[in-house]
Design a protein around this ligand. Structure first.
Ligand code: ASN
Ligand code: ZN
Length: 321
């Protein structure tokens, strides 16, 4: 494994970029300059006790367990996305091995990042399918690791909603890259294949139209706002992390669709640059984050349509930068 120093990394970055108005200041760390994908998939066999049984190591053939295959492939697609688009090797930028655990619990209706690994339930089969079925969900969980590595955003209130939104942004981008979809062709849904035919709905969340993903007798109505005027004050969900994330989600969608083309090329780079900025604070609110995305847009692309698109998008969701 070839490790370069932080100054080499900076030199590489500068060599490849135009003159920019300010310099990205990030935590110093070693940077892998080679791709290094190391996946292990574990089968928990419907228990909640880790680590279960490793059932597929990097390079091994697929088994006949679809959840194992989806987790393995999904981690690969997500790794490739971060590597190809941002030159980031894995969660820590240093080739950290990826561990996914499938068949967690009994009919468990969720997936999560626990601070070091990704965990996927089978779903109850009645409302939710297995959680590995959506590439954007796998990428969402892995992206929690990236966000955490870059400097923590507390999983609470607006910071929590920003944390959630970062995961949806990267989740959607990984899927869009896999499907080679430009911003106007993408559906901007999170968890599209997750809902069974029994649910009145199209997905878990919609970044384009938060609040419209489902309206169901059992699940209720999609609670996400897409504008600050509808911001939900609640003690549930860590202060509405999965609810108010609709607001920054929609801001990202608006930037990407305004700029057009592949969303990861400009909008995605701006958001990634923002999350790496040292101004990110654990208790950060939407407004502070919005300001950082504007700075990132200028830093990456100069004062121009990108910066304008970012400002306008935040304004359209009720945040005046
Ligand atoms: N699926 C959720 C997430 O990753 C898990 C959770 O909130 N505990 O955001
Ligand atoms: Zn999440």
């Amino acid at each position: 494994r070839t490790l370069s120093t932080d100054s080499t990394f900076r030199a590489l970055r500068l060599a490849g970029s135009r003159t920019t108005p300010s310099t990205l200041v990030t935590r110093p760390r070693a940077m892998m300059v080679e791709s290094a994908l190391h996946r292990t998939i574990y089968d928990l066999r419907n228990s909640e006790a880790f680590p279960g049984t490793p059932v597929r190591f990097e390079g091994q053939e697929a088994t006949d367990d679809i959840a194992v295959t989806e987790a393995y492939d999904g981690l690969g697609d997500t790794y490739n996305f971060f590597w190809e688009i941002f030159g980031r090797s894995s969660i820590d930028g240093d080739g950290m091995p990826l561990q996914a655990f499938v068949h967690y619990g009994n009919t468990y209706d969720n997936a999560f990042w626990d601070g070091r690994r990704m965990v996927f339930g089978d779903g109850d089969g009645d409302l939710f399918n297995r959680f590995t079925i959506c590439l954007d969900i796998i990428a969402h969980e892995l992206a929690h690791g990236v966000t955490e590595d870059e400097g923590p955003l507390w999983y609470f209130r607006q910071a929590g909603a920003l944390n959630e939104s970062m995961s949806d942004v990267f989740g959607s981008l990984v899927r869009q890259m896999k499907l080679k979809q430009k911003a106007d062709a993408a559906d901007w849904l999170i968890g599209k294949e997750l809902l069974t035919g029994n649910v009145e709905g199209v997905a878990l969340r919609s970044m384009k139209n938060p609040g419209t993903a489902f309206d169901d007798d059992v699940l209720g109505k999609d609670p996400q706002p897409g504008h600050m005027k509808d911001y939900v004050h609640t003690w549930e969900d860590n202060g509405g992390g999965h609810i108010n994330s609709g607001i920054p989600n929609r801001a990202f969608y608006l930037v990407a669709s305004h700029l057009g083309g592949y969303a990861w090329e400009r909008a995605g780079r701006i958001w990634y640059d923002a999350i790496r900025d040292s101004h990110i604070k654990p208790d950060m609110g939407f407004l502070d984050f919005a300001r950082i995305t504007v700075m990132s847009a200028t830093r990456l692309f100069g004062a121009g349509e990108e910066e304008d698109a970012v400002r306008e998008a935040w304004e359209q969701v009720g945040i005046r930068v």
